[in-house]
Write a protein that binds this ligand. Structure first.
Ligand code: GLU
Length: 330
């Protein structure tokens, strides 16, 4: 028995050794396992891994703290790719928000845009939170450092004139928030995420009744005017049948985007872009949030220059005219 085990281990080590010689490993930073970034990284990595014989690329996925972490890890070279909100891509490239001290992240490159994400505010029914103004004095999770939602919840609070001191703010990861809401240790939480997703399903289908709260009003209209990366969005009621909502919920949103660094090789970025676009019909079936994707809208909502490997594919595929010329710098 022991000897068989030794032989098996040796054979597998040899096999790994052979694969290693040729394979290029890339890692995609995503988000919490109950969000949409995590399955998105999975979908993209499966597409490229299926073509291992052609490209010799092995992609793996990492669950991370979210957009800000992914952008920073891509810039530092710890990750080759990451999923990041379109607003955070804009801020990183322009040296704003979390990057105000570090300055412009000019090595950041965009590859394509993916699904729409909504700033989602979920509250316990008993808390009486029916609109954002009612958050005053409540225990609210704004999002963990490294996430995309942290700045979004701050923006929303500021838009309605509520300061962080006027609420009892928490900064935990989105994956923990539904459990805390159901245990009545939170009145509400923010999560910027595509729909439907396991996180909001978990939050709305537990013991206590929960509602998705609209993010609307004059303050939000001003926010939409001030920051062009925010747009009105709607969370369909049918996605969360156990929530208290009887109708769709209006809120605001951004887009998930796929980013990399200018230091990642042209061939790798080309291969991934090509596989996703050439198999877009299959890709769209992998998550209901991708249903709206088209080659044209996957080139909208980007603000960092497009990576030269992706541009090579967009030229070949005749998509180059759909791209904002300001994003083509090499
Ligand atoms: N938008 C979230 C973030 O940037 C992640 C959402 C998800 O994982 O689907 O942190």
């Amino acid at each position: 028995m022991k000897r068989i085990a030794v032989i098996l281990v040796t054979v597998s080590l040899l096999m790994i050794g052979c694969a290693d010689e040729k394979a290029t490993f890339v890692t995609i930073g995503t988000g919490g396992v109950t969000g949409v970034y995590y399955p998105t990284g999975g979908a993209i990595s499966r597409m490229i891994n299926q073509k291992f014989d052609t490209y010799k690329i092995k992609a793996t996925v990492e669950s991370t703290s979210g957009s800000v972490f992914n952008v920073n890890s891509v810039i530092s070279g710890d990750l080759e790719f990451g999923v990041a909100q379109s607003d955070r891509q804009y801020q990183a490239y322009h040296g704003l928000a979390e990057w105000a001290d570090a300055g412009r992240q000019t090595d950041l490159r965009s590859v394509f845009a993916i699904h729409p994400e909504s700033i989602t505010l979920v509250a316990a029914g008993e808390s009486g939170i029916n609109d954002i103004a009612a958050l005053k004095g409540k225990k609210v999770n704004l999002g963990n450092p490294g996430s995309g939602q942290l700045q979004n919840s701050k923006d929303v609070l500021a838009a309605v004139g509520i300061t962080e001191d006027e609420i009892s703010a928490e900064y935990v990861k989105a994956v923990e928030a539904p459990g805390l809401l159901q245990d009545e240790r939170l009145d509400a939480f923010f999560y910027t995420v595509g729909h439907p997703n396991g996180n909001i399903k978990e939050a709305t289908s537990g013991r206590i009744k929960v509602r998705i709260v609209p993010i609307t009003g004059a303050g939000i209209d001003n926010l939409l005017r001030e920051f062009p990366y925010y747009a009105v969005s709607v969370i369909p009621q049918t996605f969360y049948p156990y929530a208290l909502n009887k109708e769709d919920t209006q809120t605001i949103g951004v887009k998930a985007t796929f980013v990399t660094s200018r230091n990642v090789s042209e061939d790798i970025v080309y291969a991934i872009t090509r596989e996703v676009f050439e198999n877009l019909e299959d890709f769209r079936t992998l998550h209901p949030a991708y249903e709206v994707l088209t080659p044209a809208n996957m080139l909208e909502g980007l603000s960092a220059p497009i990576h030269r490997g992706a541009l090579r594919y967009y030229r070949e595929a005749g998509l180059i005219d759909s791209i904002d010329p300001a994003l083509i710098i090499e």
